[in-house]
Design a protein around this ligand. Structure first.
Ligand SMILES: [Cu+2]
Length: 393
């Protein structure tokens, strides 16, 4: 308490002292017959010199950082559209850099050139329509160029894939990726979140729909619901005791499971052997193997929260939204080996990252990506890097 009081007194006294000092300064200026805002010419000239000195340091440090950190950027784009993205990036850079240099030079140079001079009178310039027009049209056309070029590239990145694009699903969950290849038919088996099971005799982490998966899910739901009903009945008969919270949770969960069971049961009539055929050849992998010069269409799904599939070297990124399917396409143009040569880094690897902070282990959410030839893909597959989604009957 005491210390707080002393601090308060010090603050008040300091404020009073500053006010008094200012008053003294005003009075002394009056005595010397000068306006208080008058600044000596040498001081003004020194300030003008400092403006130019700052400009030199400012641009100098910019150039230094450009050389020091400029090569820390990503290596050459490894996808077809990525080359265009980089070109667009450079166009933007050229525009931004030119504007940055010119405006900053003028800002500090004019502050230097037009430093106060007692013999010069300022010219008052109120309004000029032609200048207004010029400074509206120039930035507007620069922006138009950037936006139109950007939209053209964006359309190429997100537009319809060609007919021979290979379809692969990327399934995101906290905190890993699963790739599902669509197999020989190039069609992904249907999937539904209600069929997702991880800890079970018949795990179906992607929720792929097949008649047997639906059967399994119903069997599992039945046994879970049955066990919960037994517990609830036991509690009602005073044979078992649960805390109020547990009991309430149990009762609402059993209701939810019954609703899901009902919906899964209706699925039974909707799908048949032909659905199974589509899913039968789908296979999953924990790393992604892409074939060079082959276009890919990625279907993105998320099991839990918002994730983002980010392929930095292919200049591609798209959000993975729970309950929605998003799409992304690109065509890799350099194999991993070729990229290792290009970067001079024998350990270079392509990577798929999650670019949304999705939880505590977000930074671990990455998948190794390999780009190779079609023959290498066959070898990779045969080496046991993949697993069928549906156990063969
Ligand atoms: Cu994530």
């Amino acid at each position: 308490m005491e210390i707080k009081f002393i601090v308060l007194v010090v603050i008040v006294l300091t404020a009073i002292a500053i006010a008094q000092l200012m008053r003294v300064y005003e009075l002394s200026s009056k005595i010397r017959n000068k306006k208080e805002e008058d600044i000596e010419v040498p001081t003004n000239n020194f300030n003008a010199f400092l403006m130019m000195a700052f400009l030199a340091v400012f641009f100098g440090s910019g150039v230094y950082m450009l050389f020091k950190y400029g090569n820390g950027l990503l290596p050459e784009a490894a996808s077809e559209h990525g080359q265009e993205v980089d070109w667009l990036f450079n166009v933007n850079w050229a525009i931004i850099f030119t504007v940055f240099l010119v405006t900053n030079f003028l800002l500090f140079f004019f502050a230097y050139k037009y430093a106060y001079n007692p013999n010069r009178k300022a010219y008052y310039f109120t309004h000029d329509n032609r200048l207004e027009l010029l400074w509206t049209i120039v930035p507007a056309s620069a922006l138009a160029v950037i936006i139109i070029l950007g939209l053209m590239t964006w359309n190429k990145m997100t537009g319809k894939p060609s007919d021979n694009a290979v379809i692969v699903e990327l399934y995101a969950e906290q905190f890993n990726w699963t790739a599902r290849y669509s197999g020989d038919d190039n069609k992904l088996g249907f999937a539904d979140y209600k069929l997702v099971t991880t800890f079970s005799q018949n795990p179906n982490p992607l929720g792929v729909i097949t008649t047997s998966n639906i059967e399994w899910r119903l069997k599992e739901l039945d046994s879970t619901i049955h066990a919960m009903h037994m517990d609830i009945a036991a509690e009602d008969n005073n044979e078992k005791v649960f805390s109020v919270a547990t009991s309430e949770k149990m009762r609402s969960k059993v209701e939810k499971l019954e609703r899901i069971r009902e919906r899964v049961a209706t699925m039974q009539g909707m799908y048949s052997d032909s659905t199974d055929m589509i899913a039968q050849d789908d296979f999953i992998a924990k790393e992604l193997f892409l074939i060079k010069d082959q276009e890919y269409q990625f279907i993105l799904r998320s099991r839990d929260v918002l994730h983002s599939a980010y392929f930095p070297h292919f200049r591609a990124q798209m959000n993975c939204v729970p309950g929605q399917r998003t799409k992304l396409k690109f065509k890799p143009i350099f194999t991993t080996e070729e990229m290792r040569e290009k970067t001079g880094n024998p350990e270079f690897n392509y990577v798929l990252l999650c670019n949304k902070i999705c939880g505590e282990s977000h930074s671990n959410m990455r998948m190794n990506v390999i780009v190779g030839t079609a023959e290498e893909f066959v070898v990779w597959k045969e080496e046991g890097n993949t697993a069928l989604v549906v156990a063969s009957k």
